[in-house]
Design a protein around this ligand. Structure first.
Ligand SMILES: O=C(O)CCC(=O)C(=O)O
Ligand SMILES: [Fe+2]
Length: 300
């Protein structure tokens, strides 16, 4: 199946199944499928999650309103204006997108709850659901990597003071004036361990092992999981952080916005990421040092 993105049915270990009702056999079968996907293309779709619809009301506000919630340069929450980010600096033009970064803080002063009353509650609920599902995805990944079942889960707690996991809701406006080389989101790989991605429309493309970009269209009732650079490093390149991008729409799709939500998982700050196979292919590094190094990349 190298080169295509498999759809994996996660129902044996979905959130509606009590942990104690899952058989080791079912878990192992799931682990094998997830391992196969992550070690060949670094991406998979999984079936079985709650559909979601959040935050569009916020992005449809005028910029003058959204500015109040702007992400500070020294913090990881808040609104990111159009063209502020350039995920592929070689393009020399900002991505045609907006985003809002949400972390599990109690400080809701930074959130647009005055204009969108449900904003905090909705994103907080989604963050927590994603975190519960992540625990389970980490279990099957650990089994696939021949690690103790809870190894990866135990490196990801979601305490806002010691863990940088972020839920990011993204909005790609309808396309009017496109600058040369501009994309909705430039070529990049994600920084952390894994990313969950919910998307509404076409546009996402992923590089396969032959170096070609393939379309990753939305499939109803699924979400995408992909590997980030830190997990590739941790597994000494067994699991792959594939490059991806969001291209500009063409034809009638130009008049359509696109939404996605990414849940970027990061191990706890002090977790030492040391090659799990003992190879020392990469130097051990703490999760927070690695993230700071990546955030130091110009224009990010
Ligand atoms: O919007 C998407 O589908 C992908 C966004 C993405 O790859 C990212 O923000 O890292
Ligand atoms: Fe990404």
């Amino acid at each position: 199946m190298a080169g295509t993105i498999p759809v994996i049915d996660f129902s044996d270990y979905g959130l509606d199944v009590a942990q104690e009702n899952v058989t080791e056999n079912n878990l192992k079968q799931l682990a094998d499928k997830v391992y196969e996907a992550f070690s060949t293309i670094g991406f998979c779709y999984i079936k079985n999650h709650e559909a979601l619809k959040v935050s569009k009301d916020f992005f449809e506000q005028p910029d003058s309103v959204k500015q109040k919630y702007t992400r500070p340069t020294d913090a990881n929450y808040g609104w990111v204006a159009r063209e502020r980010e350039m995920l592929n600096p070689d393009r020399k033009v900002g991505d045609l997108k907006e985003a809002y970064n949400f972390t599990l803080t109690d400080d809701i002063k930074t959130m647009p709850v005055d204009i969108i009353p449900d904003f905090h509650q909705c994103l907080e609920k989604l963050f927590k659901q994603c975190a519960l599902l992540a625990d389970r995805v980490f279990d099957v990944m650990s089994i696939g990597l021949n690690l103790p079942k809870r190894f990866l889960r135990n490196c990801h707690h979601y305490d806002v003071k010691t863990n940088q996991t972020t839920l990011r809701t993204l909005y790609y406006p309808e396309v009017k004036d496109v600058k040369p080389k501009q994309l909705r989101c430039g070529e990049h790989s994600d920084y952390g361990t894994v990313t969950f991605l919910f998307q509404t429309d076409d546009g996402l493309e992923v590089m396969n092992r032959q170096g070609e970009y393939i379309q990753v269209p939305p499939i109803p009732d699924t979400m995408i999981i992909n590997i980030g650079d830190l997990m590739q490093r941790w597994t000494a390149d067994k699991l792959l952080a594939s490059k991806h991008k969001v291209g500009m729409p063409t034809g009638s799709q130009k008049n359509q916005g696109r939404q996605s939500i990414a849940f970027f998982l990061q191990p706890d700050d002090e977790t030492i990421v040391k090659c799990l196979d003992g190879s020392d292919k990469y130097e051990p590094i703490s999760s927070i040092d690695y993230l700071n190094m990546r955030f130091g990349v110009p224009n990010n």
